[in-house]
Design a protein around this ligand. Structure first.
Ligand SMILES: [Zn+2]
Ligand SMILES: [Zn+2]
Ligand SMILES: [Zn+2]
Length: 333
């Protein structure tokens, strides 16, 4: 059973995974990413290589855990957290810990081993976004869980261990620190101005235009004013809403279109970089409806996070967001 431990100085929670325990010599294997479709557990016909599916979009009545699907969601075979058991909180002298209750799932986005989110059709991407929503709606009924993070690692340098297009979902019994920082900041802004800080950003950036990469009827893609990483891009809905899983269907359609377009721009401008994508949405356990605003963060992996960043939490970004916007906008797609 994995375990959550709290750092007594900063209050930061860490997942200590016993299942995934590694000896020092195991770490180098983490980098292997190209196994080819013959042995790929995410390719059709290999359904028995994954745990049984928890959701699948299938063509006319094909049997579960067999070929005939378009998209599958399965529990992670090597979960960072596990879903069975009671959530037990306990102290150990001055320290706090709880057992690692949660869920860790893999969304297999396509049957095609060679497709990426950027080369999928808009309809296929929309299907992926819809699957995120369905899993979130299902898991939020579990009262032990407080937060669900959907994320994607694309490319070995961004942490992907399999090349077949997939995203991941981790449901946690605590609200993660980065989300907590955003919640606290957004709450402060709201208390002072009675406005959502993300809505303010969208209004300001759309009017000013300098950092807007692309926009459509529902979603705006922009370079944040103070990005941590070169070409960091946020995709925000124009309509204020705190929860991703409650968005109307047309917003997923618009998000799919814009996401594809931004990824294609990055692929052309930056030679198909590895990237991480995360969806930030309000926690289930608290009411952030007025001041929080769901969004997608897209971070191409172009620089290495090193000693200064680890030691300070300061990021050094060698590319201005205005320059990144110019470059991405100039790409013909
Ligand atoms: Zn595959
Ligand atoms: Zn808002
Ligand atoms: Zn965020």
């Amino acid at each position: 059973m994995p375990e959550l431990r709290k750092d007594p100085v900063t209050g930061r929670w860490v997942i200590v995974s016993t299942e995934r325990r590694k000896r020092p010599s195991d770490f180098r294997f983490e980098r292997i990413s190209s196994i080819g479709r013959q042995y790929c557990p995410f390719c059709p016909g290999h359904e028995t290589l994954t745990p049984p599916e928890v959701l699948a979009y299938r063509q006319n009545g094909s049997a579960p855990n067999a070929a005939g699907w378009d998209l599958r969601v399965v529990p992670n075979k090597f979960p960072a957290l596990q879903v069975e058991g009671n959530l037990d909180r306990e102290g150990e002298g001055m320290f706090d810990r709880m057992n690692g209750i949660g869920a860790h799932e893999v969304i297999i986005e396509t049957t095609d081993h060679d497709k990426t989110l950027a080369t999928m059709s808009e309809g296929e991407i929309e299907r992926v976004l819809w699957a995120f929503r369905e899993r979130m709606c299902d898991l939020r009924q579990d009262r032990r869980l407080r937060y669900i993070l959907i994320f994607k690692n694309h490319g070995a340098a961004a942490g992907a261990t399999l090349e077949h297009a997939h995203s991941q979902l981790i449901a946690l019994p605590v609200v993660p620190d980065f989300v907590r920082e955003e919640l606290d900041g957004a709450k402060r802004h709201f208390d002072e101005k009675e406005r959502c800080v993300f809505c303010d950003i969208v209004h300001h950036e759309v009017a000013a235009g300098r950092r807007v990469v692309q926009e459509n009827a529902d979603i705006v893609a922009l370079a944040p004013y103070a990005p941590r990483f070169p070409f960091e891009t946020w995709l925000l809905p124009r309509r204020h809403a705190s929860r991703y899983e409650e968005a109307p269907r047309h917003e997923y359609e618009s998000l799919a279109r814009l996401l594809k377009s931004v990824l294609m721009r990055m692929n052309r401008a930056l030679e198909s970089p590895p990237y991480n994508l995360v969806i930030h949405s309000a926690p289930f356990s608290e009411n952030a409806a007025e001041f929080y605003h769901w969004h997608v963060e897209l971070m191409p992996k172009l620089t290495k996070v090193a000693g200064f960043e680890w030691g300070t939490g300061f990021y050094i970004n060698p590319t201005t967001p205005e320059e990144a916007t110019r470059v991405l906008r100039a790409v013909r797609i």
